[in-house]
Design a binder for this molecule. Structure first.
Ligand SMILES: CC(C)(COP(=O)(O)OP(=O)(O)OC[C@H]1O[C@@H](n2cnc3c(N)ncnc32)[C@H](O)[C@@H]1OP(=O)(O)O)[C@@H](O)C(=O)NCCC(=O)NCCS
Length: 203
């Protein structure tokens, strides 16, 4: 049976990654909580300032209430929203949203992943993306899609490692910091992918 939102795969320690992040046991990935919102926003704001984020509206970064609402809405549905923590401190987060609103697309999830700027290159992105893929598959999604800035070498490499294929190149779809930027669309299948129909209970 498909797990509910609160049951998204709980804490799975990954000792190799934890070691890379400076502690042999303590990095955990778990569903995000209301109390994680400020830390997630701080991580997000930094990446926006660096111009990495694609999805910045005219008003810049979302406010805490917006992120809180987004989190709550996700928790009301089957979308995983995960944080990686070390000794209780949020070092990164990753989540999925609906790829498109029309019902036909309900088995396809679009995801985002952010690691704290001081923790880059320590295995946290790998840990979070692996857990997010598992959680999305467990929630019954069959395809996973990401949009990555064409200049974002770390993210492109990370996604390639997890079996994402480059399925689209979108030239000039973003304008920020005085220039047009291209996006690359990446995709991978989850679970049985397209080899079986969705279970009756989910149709
Ligand atoms: C993309 C991101 C999540 C990667 O997280 P991370 O914790 O730094 O990555 P990891 O240390 O887990 O590295 C995993 C893999 O990613 C790739 N990678 C990470 N940093 C890299 C870099 N600077 N250059 C090239 N590849 C890199 C490598 O393939 C690496 O595997 P390896 O260590 O076996 O070589 C992180 O850079 C980030 O948060 N960036 C800003 C936000 C962002 O761009 N999000 C993605 C939007 S689509």
């Amino acid at each position: 049976m498909t797990p509910g939102p609160g049951e998204v795969k709980q804490v799975r320690e990954n000792e190799a990654q934890a070691e890379a992040a400076g502690d042999a046991r303590a990095v955990i990935v778990r569903p995000s909580r209301e109390t994680d919102v400020e830390a997630m926003l701080a991580i997000y704001r930094h990446h926006i300032r660096r111009g990495i984020e694609q999805d910045v509206g005219e008003n810049g970064a979302p406010q805490p209430d917006e992120l809180r609402d987004r989190r709550k809405n996700l928790r009301d549905t089957r979308f995983p929203h995960l944080v990686a923590t070390l000794h209780g401190e949020v070092l990164g987060y990753a989540y999925g949203v609906l790829f498109r609103k029309r019902p036909a697309y309900r088995y396809t999830v679009k995801h985002s992943i952010y690691v704290h700027q001081a923790q880059l290159g320590r295995g946290l992105g790998r840990l979070l993306l692996g857990e997010l893929i598992d959680a999305c598959a467990a929630a019954g999604f069959r395809q996973m899609i990401g949009y990555i800035d064409a200049d974002n070498t770390p993210s492109l490499a990370l996604h390639q490692k997890f079996g994402f294929s480059r399925v689209g190149y979108l030239p000039g779809v973003a304008y920020r910091y005085g220039r047009w930027a291209d996006s690359i669309m990446v995709q991978r299948s989850l679970g049985p992918g397209t080899t079986t129909s969705p279970p009756r209970s989910m149709r």
